[in-house]
Design a protein around this ligand. Sequence first.
Ligand code: SF4
Ligand code: SF4
Length: 529
Amino acid sequence: MRTGASAPFVYLSQNGFLLFTGYDFYNIQAAVLKESIRMDFLYKLIKSASGTWYLYDAITSRIFQVSDLFSKHHLALFRALKNKRDFQKLNGDDALTDVLDEYIELDDLYKQGRIFENNITDVEYSFTTEELTESISTKLQHLTLCITEKCNLRCAYCTYSGHYLHSRKHSNKVMSYKTAIDAINFFLERSVDSSKINVNFYGGEPLLEIEKIKTLIAHCQNIFTGKEQLYRISSNGTLMTDEFFDWFADNPDVFLNITLNGPEALHDRHRQTPCGSGSYHTIISSLSRLIEKHPKAYHDRVNFLCNYLAFDDIERIMEFFETETCLKGKMPVAFTGIRDVGHDGYISELVSSHKSSEENAYKKLIDMYTSNEGADNHILKLLFDMTLYRMHKRKIYPSGGEGTFAGVCPPFLSRLYVNCDGVINLCERVNDLLEFGNVIDGFDFIKLNRFLTDYKDANKSKCKDCWAIRLCSLCYKDAFYPATIDISYRDTQCEKEKIYLQSSLYLYCSMLEKSSSSMDFLESFIFDS
Ligand code: SF4
Ligand code: SF4
């Protein structure tokens, strides 16, 4: 068994999370899977940074510290717990007599009802279809309009570059004014019970349609009276004129999300015009004008989104945001890895061509985060706080029982995505081929119900025997490929998710070892979904 000091191999997940493949984890998982098809116990062993072993019990979601001896003999111990006669044999084996104390402890936990055999018989959604139908008839909160599929840039890793097999490609399609109004009316009728609404303008590059956006926002401001309103424009930041800035400054409910991937060299490496010129200077000089003319609007309502390709780049990105004076101390609100799944291989090449020593880079980031000096670093917090939050606030199940698809949201309730043609898609993260009606005829509930049934049928038998069931964040986007469920695609996502969760448990256990108050800051943690 390798020691905790062994550094993990790391890579990026599809959603940008940090992953590592601790060798122990793989070996253990492989051994457990060989053990039986229906798992008697669902658990994971985690070795923290200090080398201490922990047992994550997946039925209750509790974590227990265990001994080195336990970690070596866990299969035999759980087998013995399942069948006491086996343990008598085990106890008579000279090589294993030392494990008796571990067995007694495990048996105590079992008798106290702190761990259980795998008693998950079914996996369900956290909502019923009746609840969903009712909620999406009156409680919608977020509308995302793909206002244009046109873009003036050709970023190498763009979802619409043609390299992602389930995504549309760049096109000249634009949402007509009529379709946009139909979409807004559709949203208005179905958000009557929401006190707050968000309308997001997405593309392509939305600022190519800025006059339409201005008219649509003015229309929304008139018809959503009495509700808290928030409008977001997701832009590449290269088409911002002084006139746009004046309008932006006059509309305090409009927020601007600009993608900025760090210093010029990193940003321009992939965010380029069709003729290959970088976009960094255009963004920075535009922002300087905004800061000069409307400093408050910049300060309060411009947000940076940052994408990274490799861990090697993260320190440079951190330094850039900390020292670049023209940004006036503004930090990114989101820090995301490039989506490295579902493509034709080009994106992998892109990612691997910029990696050098990912193992060391990852270890360094974790070390920085867990050290006192890195604890307040904004980028490190973006990378790791949410992970810790999910672990710390996980639900504890007193007796196991039913499983739920933990990462799956009720479709449309948190996001409603409408494409240029007025077709309803699930959200901007799920592929464009999944259509559920349109803004004239309404939701296609038959299709929606079939979709939910298909997802459940394809996943439940695997999920109910999976140690990740309580923590899993996978959702529809990780199973439908391109527009029907693809089991091998889903399985690939599952393996990545489990590795991510292992790394999360590793980080969590290691942080808790620092001090019992090391998670206190999470009490006031707020995240924007
Ligand atoms: S700006 Fe956005 S939509 Fe345009 S190419 Fe870049 S990533 Fe794609
Ligand atoms: S990793 Fe896969 S099998 Fe495990 S709970 Fe998540 S979706 Fe289910």
